[in-house]
Write a protein that binds this ligand. Structure first.
Ligand code: SF4
Length: 303
């Protein structure tokens, strides 16, 4: 890798080794893998994306599931989860006023239906897990590790369970209504990313990577091994090198796929007759260590 960029030590990167000069989150890495131009629009141009109803529902359900574990174990019932839906929505709307704009102020039925649909996803959750029997070690936790001496990889995992024997289980809630096959590879990429971070920081390969598909009330378990994570680490580093090369060339090409149906930026995409804005060279080299996943996730991508 070429060392051209300036490191900006910020609060979020405090304690990061001085050799580190870039960071990558699973969302952004998956963007580049999916479509380099999408990566550019999101990470370099930083074009705004209007949250979709589906994305807002995902954010709400994640918030409810996080708060549910604040309750004493015996109180983590479907009814208690249902009681959290409206207050959590009120909190989210206060923190992210753009969410309120998803629903016509004169149409309270729209919001009520939305809250019911979130409650429906929670029913899917209770069909596959009993939270009274769980004590998560981490929820919505930011985890990070340095790979290849120079690259900080980091992201927020939904939940980490630790068994009495020390075995780790990474759990990710999937709430999207889009066809699962369109996003499954991306979801697994994200989980392997977390597994790599945990392995590098704790010296333990997670025993299980678990996707909980709430809409379908289904569980998808995956068991990684150290060899696979070593290969995955090389993949992540190669991906970052490809991102650096594309940035140096200012060349991010569109890669059309089924995911275009969920892309916010079709109007600017040459695949759909659009023209990207001029390449923001200053932004591209401004601060390589600002790249943490934020809620809400990109529409249809990570929820
Ligand atoms: S519309 Fe498709 S090809 Fe174009 S930027 Fe979005 S994901 Fe990439």
């Amino acid at each position: 890798m070429t060392a051209q960029r300036v490191i900006h030590q910020q609060e979020a990167t405090a304690g990061t080794p001085a050799t580190v000069r870039a960071s990558l989150s699973p969302s952004r890495a998956a963007d580049f893998k999916t479509c380099p131009l999408l990566y550019r629009f999101r990470s370099i141009d930083r074009l705004p994306e209007r949250p979709s109803v589906e994305q807002a529902r995902g954010t709400l359900v994640h918030a409810v599931l996080e708060r549910l574990f604040d309750l004493p174990a015996a109180g983590r019932t479907p009814e208690a989860a249902g009681d959290l839906v409206a207050p959590q929505w009120d909190r989210l709307v206060t923190e992210q006023p753009e969410l309120a704009a998803l629903f016509d102020a004169g149409d309270p039925d729209g919001t009520a239906e939305f809250l019911r649909s979130a409650a429906g996803l929670l029913e899917g959750y209770f069909a596959v897990e009993d939270p009274r029997r769980l004590e998560p070690a981490e929820r919505e936790a930011l985890i990070s590790a340095v790979v290849d001496d120079e690259l900080l990889i980091r992201g927020y995992l939904d939940r980490l369970d630790v068994a009495p024997d020390g075995a780790l289980r990474v759990v990710d809630y999937k709430t999207g209504g889009a066809p699962r096959e369109a996003f499954e590879a991306r979801a697994l990429f994200q989980l392997k990313f977390y597994a790599l971070v945990l392995w590098r920081t704790r010296g333990v390969v997670p025993r299980v990577l678990r996707l909980l598909y709430l809409k379908d009330a289904e569980v998808c378990d995956y068991t990684p091994d150290a060899e696979e994570l070593e290969r995955f680490e090389r993949t992540v580093v190669a991906l970052w090198q490809a991102i650096e090369a594309a940035t140096a060339r200012q060349d991010f090409r569109p890669r059309p796929s089924r995911l275009c149906d969920w892309c916010n930026h079709r109007a600017l995409c040459p695949t759909f007759g659009g023209t990207p804005p001029p390449f923001p060279a200053a932004a591209a080299s401004a601060d390589p260590l600002v790249d943490a996943r934020s809620r809400p996730a990109p529409p249809g991508a990570d929820e």
